[in-house]
Ligand binder design. Structure first.
Ligand SMILES: Nc1nc2c(c(=O)[nH]1)N[C@H]1C(S)=C(S)[C@@H](COP(=O)(O)OP(=O)(O)OC[C@H]3O[C@@H](n4cnc5c(=O)[nH]c(N)nc54)[C@H](O)[C@@H]3O)O[C@H]1N2
Ligand SMILES: Nc1nc2c(c(=O)[nH]1)N[C@H]1C(S)=C(S)[C@@H](COP(=O)(O)OP(=O)(O)OC[C@H]3O[C@@H](n4cnc5c(=O)[nH]c(N)nc54)[C@H](O)[C@@H]3O)O[C@H]1N2
Ligand code: SF4
Ligand SMILES: [Mo]
Length: 711
């Protein structure tokens, strides 16, 4: 018996590919099926940690609803099986006909979350898309945390790297709940893996944890300081924190002099935002604002990071800008000569330099959409306008949409409009292992291999690991005979469309197709570690520090400065400060909330995984009592944009006046499925950010009432 064999089954190492954590796992495989998923205790990063959905990975691969063949929509609207080869031929023909009639701008690609957990798919999907010549590229980043892109465009970026979690003595997490999401905003990878243990052990060595969240989340429960602002008021709170830091001269004057252009403009802009003003607008006691600001600014090292709770709010670009400004004025960055924060292993190292990449405002010159004059940012059009891009009449209308590892029918704001848009396409293709809400509307559904059926490496996830680390996994179970690798679909599609495919700097020869392993090796060519060494390390390869240090600024960059308070940001701050109080019609604020058992829509349909099988609307028990609603009762939730019915759940972790609900659930036309789609309540018109068209998905004003008819 080999060491890896367990009784009646084989035990293999791999890593989970449902979220950025990429936890190391052990799989028990019996007769070609995964019977058990366990944490890999020998994994240098996750150390045996897994979450409930990761442990149900076998159900996601072999589940009853798994597609084993590609599908084509029939004239009556049902779906029939079709071979992937035939589907590619037909899709290429229909794309060509659309392009011949309407031009290449009629073709769009939507890149969803699950595409990114496969190393080859994003590269190949983009490669096909580039060949179309269209500008209609969309991804979930623009309905997620594209405020971070906007900050870099308006403030600029410091290129020396950020202070690290491992030696920080303060850490501020705003609008993120890493213990559940394994995310932590754009924060250090250290809070992403086994997050509860990582936070507790940092606190044991002296780290002070500040959490900004209207809910006493699993993460907030650990905090040394928990600020609970009214949802959607973070911009004012952060302006207030900056006010305290700057008026008390707690900032890093040296760093500000060297790297910023306009500290006095920032000081001036926040001068009226005293802790008393913060208390009035945000509901956070003034003494807590003082305390948190002093704690953050006087610590030696640390960082403020933010997640969806900030980036989805009504002033998301401003709030995110002020979080970044707090880090800048406190000098929370690595200086020349310090050890660089270099996590590249399979990816190419980008040298760290103690200099500034100045604000480029490139979005002011990008491709301009017909819709609202919005322009491309980082080569993408905002997903917030995708439905309008499809519906708005005109020569550039999107008529063909390819969806890769995403579920826009569930994820985009204004559900009714989104469904109308998806239904009105001439061609909708969805690459998805399940009949998702989007796949149900598609003309073709391409059934791909899933994790554990495909070889992969962790290159894309390198920035999220707390130390330089890489892992390779071979395919461990055989896919159903009718499915294809996602990357292969995009390569075949490009070939059928007569487009050459450039991959890792080379044009691929369609007549001599490469294997996944060969392509993975090609993407790792510029790494500092030999890919073969990573392949030979079943628990992953801890590469050790690269020894790189932060270099001196180049002569050309010496004069570059960060811009802390440009005029448009100042105008946004003014608006956030004068905003009128809540309308009585919609007295509650509905907030975002992630659960351990699902990552967006993935997991929502695994039997017995999500507690109660649905996504309730959680409300403080005293609010429920005041509304005359019992725990578990059916309620109607109304917003200015729509309504939905859900089960109420009493939840003491929420602040009064706040409700929360998990997104991407959807039971429409799926027998036996539970849950309701929150985007029935959101809009892509009201409360949308300029620049990135980011909709308001948290702090949505709602009213909650007992449902008229109870079942
Ligand atoms: N109201 C509201 N709306 C939101 C949010 C919110 O908080 N509130 N969150 C927003 C955010 S942050 C995001 S990222 C988006 C999510 O938006 P999307 O990424 O569009 O949604 P997902 O549900 O993650 O879609 C992933 C799809 O990939 C499929 N899939 C799973 N495994 C594989 C695979 O191996 N290969 C392929 N090809 N497909 C696979 C799944 O079945 C699923 O249909 O939603 C956004 N929308
Ligand atoms: N288990 C699990 N993990 C996931 C996902 C998942 O669906 N499930 N999704 C993945 C994806 S696509 C993403 S983008 C990340 C997101 O990762 P996170 O950003 O960490 O997402 P959440 O866990 O929803 O945490 C958001 C927090 O913001 C708080 N919040 C809501 N409104 C406000 C507000 O106005 N102000 C402040 N300060 N806080 C507010 C909420 O109470 C909540 O605790 O997670 C990823 N990881
Ligand atoms: S889904 Fe769970 S087990 Fe899988 S990588 Fe994410 S945290 Fe780890
Ligand atoms: Mo996301």
């Amino acid at each position: 018996m080999r060491q890896n064999d367990v009784i009646g089954a084989e035990r293999r190492t791999s890593f989970c590919r449902l979220c950025a954590s990429s936890c190391g796992v052990l799989l028990d495989i019996e007769d070609g099926r995964i019977t058990r998923v366990l944490g890999d205790a020998h994994h240098p990063i996750s150390g045996g940690y897994t979450c409930p959905k990761g442990r149900r990975g076998g159900d996601l691969v072999h589940g009853h609803d798994r597609l084993t063949s590609s599908m084509r929509r029939t004239a009556t609207g049902t779906h029939e099986q079709i071979s992937a080869t035939q589907a590619v031929t037909e899709i290429a023909e229909r794309l060509q006909a659309i392009v011949d009639r309407h031009g290449s701008e009629a073709v769009a690609l939507y890149m969803g979350t699950q595409q990114n957990f496969s190393a080859l798919t994003p590269v190949m999907a983009r490669s096909w898309f580039r060949g179309t010549g269209s500008h209609k590229l969309f991804s979930t980043m623009t309905i997620d945390q594209s405020a971070k892109w906007v900050v870099a465009e308006r403030m600029g970026s410091y290129l020396g790297g950020r202070q690290r979690f491992e030696d920080a003595d303060v850490w501020l997490l705003a609008g993120t709940n890493p213990i559940v999401s394994a995310n932590g905003g754009d924060g250090d990878g250290a809070v992403v893996h086994n997050p509860s243990v990582a936070l507790r052990s940092a606190q044991a060595r002296g780290l002070q944890l500040i959490v900004v969240d209207p809910r006493r989340t699993e993460t907030a429960a650990l905090a040394d300081v928990h600020l609970s602002p009214r949802p959607g008021t973070d911009a004012v709170l952060f302006a207030g924190l900056l006010h305290v830091v700057l008026t008390e001269n707690l900032h890093d004057l040296d760093f500000c002099r060297r790297y910023t252009a306009d500290l006095s403009a920032l000081t001036d802009a926040v001068s009226a935002v005293t802790p008393t003003v913060v208390q009035r607008i945000c509901g956070v006691p003034a003494d807590q604002v003082d305390h948190a600001a002093r704690l953050f600014a006087t610590a030696r090292r640390g960082m403020a990071t933010s997640g969806t709770g900030l980036c989805m709010g009504p002033h998301s670009n401003l709030a995110e800008h002020l979080v970044a400004a707090l880090n800048v004025v406190c000098g929370r960055y690595l200086r020349e000569g310090e050890q660089a924060d270099d996590r590249s292993v399979l990816t190419r190292r980008v040298p760290a330099r103690a200099e500034v990449d100045p604000p480029a405002r490139a979005y002011e010159h990008g491709y301009q959409s017909r819709v609202g004059g919005v322009r491309a940012i980082r080569g993408e059009l905002p997903s917030g306008i995708l439905a309008d891009e499809i519906l708005e009449p005109g020569p550039d209308r999107v008529r063909a949409l390819i969806v890769s590892g995403g579920n826009p029918a569930a994820a985009l704001p204004d559900r009714k409009k989104t469904l109308r848009a998806l239904r009105s396409l001439d061609l909708l293709v969805c690459v998805d292992p399940r009949m998702s809400s989007t796949a149900r509307l598609a003309d073709y559904v391409i059934a791909p291999t899933t994790m554990y059926e495909r070889a992969d490496h962790t290159a894309i996830m390198e920035p999220f690991f707390p130390q330089p680390f890489a892992q390779f996994t071979p395919a461990l179970v055989s896919p159903p005979p009718g499915v294809v690798d996602d990357w292969r679909f995009f390569l075949d599609l490009a070939t059928a469309c007569g487009q050459p495919v450039k991959f890792a700097g080379r044009i691929l020869d369609p007549a001599a197709p490469l294997t996944s392993e060969q392509l993975l090796a090609m993407t790792a060519e510029r790494g500092r570690v030999d890919f073969a060494d990573v392949v030979a390390s079943p628990h992953g390869y801890a590469a050790g520090p690269s020894g790189a240090v932060v270099g001196a600024a180049t002569a050309e960059a010496m004069r570059n400065r960060l811009v802390l308070m440009p005029d448009d940001v100042r105008a946004e701050l003014h608006e956030a400060l004068v905003e009128s109080a809540a309308a009585d019609d919609f007295p509650m604020r509905l907030t975002v909330r992630r659960i351990r058992e699902a990552v967006n829509s993935t997991g929502t349909r695994v039997p017995g995984l999500v507690p109660g099988g649905t996504n309730p609307v959680a409300v403080h028990p005293d609010d429920l009592a005041a509304l005359g609603i019992g725990d578990g009762q059916e309620v109607t939730v109304r917003s200015a944009s729509g309504r939905l019915c859900a089960k109420a759940r009493a939840d003491r972790t929420l602040a009064r006046g706040t409700a929360s609900m998990t997104h991407c659930f959807d039971s429409t036309d799926i027998a036996g499925a539970h849950g309701v789609n929150v985007n029935a309540l959101t809009s892509n018109a009201a409360g949308v950010q300029t620049i990135n068209a980011m909709p308001t998905l948290t702090a949505v004003p709602v009213a909650i009432e007992p449902a008229k008819e109870t079942r």
